[in-house]
Design a protein around this ligand. Sequence first.
Ligand code: SF4
Ligand code: SF4
Length: 188
Amino acid sequence: MDALNLSTGIDWKFIDQVAEESGQTPSLCYQCGNCTAGCPYTQYFDYPVSMVMRLLQTGQKDTLLSSKAIWLCATCETCTTRCPCEIDVAKIMDTLRIIARRENKVSEKDVKLFYDSFLESMKQHGRLFEMGTLMSYNLKSGHFLADAELGPKVMQKGKISFFPKNIKGRDKVAKIFTRFQEKAKKHG
Ligand code: SF4
Ligand code: SF4
C-alpha cells in the first residue's frame, strides 16, 4: 500500500459530522490496533479498520467515502468489543456507509444492491424472504446465475422456500423503515 499523506485535504467538518451522526468520539482512538487484530475481514479491506479510524481523525473524507473497507465490513462488531476506549467502531463504519450512500459515492455497488434487496424484503414481509432477496439481487446486479449451483442443495434440505411467509404486524416493521427514511431526509 502506498504511503498516505494525512496532512493535506483535511476536512474538519467531516470529523464532526461522523462524530455527531455516530454518537462516538473518534479522537479517543490511540491506534492500538486491537480492532484490526480481531477483524475477520481485514484481508479484504483496502484500509484496515484502525487505519479507517486514523483517516477519520485526520479528516480524509474522500479517501474514506471511496474506500472498499466501509462496504466490505460485515458489522460483526468484533472491533467494537475489542476497543479499549469503548468506541463503537462498527457504528462508525455504519455511519460512513450511510454518508457514502447519501453522497452517491458507493465504491462497492453490488454490496449496496444486496443490502437494498435484503432491506426491501424485510420491509415487505417483516422478515427475510431468502428466495425473493436472491432473485432481486441477481436481477439488479446482472449476476443472473450467482450461487445458482447452491439452489438444489438448500431446497432439498428445506432451508429455502419459493413463497414468502409474512409475519403478523409486518406493517409495524414497515413503519420503522418509514421513520428511518424521514430521519435520513432531514440529514439530506
Ligand atoms: S464490524 Fe466490520 S470492521 Fe469491525 S471487526 Fe467486524 S468486519 Fe471488521
Ligand atoms: S481498538 Fe479502539 S483505540 Fe485501538 S485502534 Fe481500534 S478504534 Fe483505536
